[in-house]
Design a protein around this ligand. Sequence first.
Ligand SMILES: N[C@@H](CCC(=O)N[C@@H](CS)C(=O)NCC(=O)O)C(=O)O
Length: 240
Amino acid sequence: MITLYQFPISHYCEKVRWVLDYKQLDYEVVNLLVGQHREIILKLAPKSAVPVLVHDATVVQNSSDIISYLEATFPGKSLAVDGNAQESVEWERYIDDELGVELRCFWYHHLLQDANAVVPLFTVDGPEEGASFYKVAFEQLQQRMREFMTINAETAVGAELKLQAGIDRLQDLHQSHAFMMGSRFSRLDIAAAAILSPMARMEMQYGLSAAPDLPGPLQAFVESNRNKTQWIRDLYNKYR
Ligand SMILES: N[C@@H](CCC(=O)N[C@@H](CS)C(=O)NCC(=O)O)C(=O)O
């Protein structure tokens, strides 16, 4: 039995869901509330972050480690990268640790300013007590999240610039290549498209059942990059 502990909103969780779905594995999800998750996750794994995958007696944390585990355990519908292993590891690290983190900083800086924008994202498909939990806890929680992830007006400006540079870099690559590396669809394509899925609003179709409006600055950023992120929508339409 496979269980994925997750936040529906998290782009790292979307990356793992895509792999599980692509491999046509049966799994159940446990949706956690941001803020209530720590107690549950720390009983399972060393850090408090989701995604965490539990497969029978095995617990795996960290999206790229989960994908390596799934590739080794369920080799059907392989997502192996066609090309140099070191280069592939470097791409995945860049996507997870830089692009994913910059996008989250920029997104949350704007989302956390408006409980009405973010609480629906935190509660959709989640435990019933979500709305009442955030009514009481949101203000303190958003401050803690900002501290924990160093999210403020200044870091958000830097994050937007780095995110833009990453979008430009990946768009350049996709102008001449269908895939991140080599000649076939791989885990790197899932990593890049899932981590940037908020740019294409594709996670709304797959991870979440509702698509609330984005705050103005995020909507403007998404719109101004519409053409540059077409490759993400193409990968979703073909492989998701
Ligand atoms: N490198 C990790 C990043 C996971 C991550 O940052 N998860 C965030 C959600 S987007 C999280 O759970 N944050 C809450 C926490 O760390 O307690 C991965 O790829 O799984």
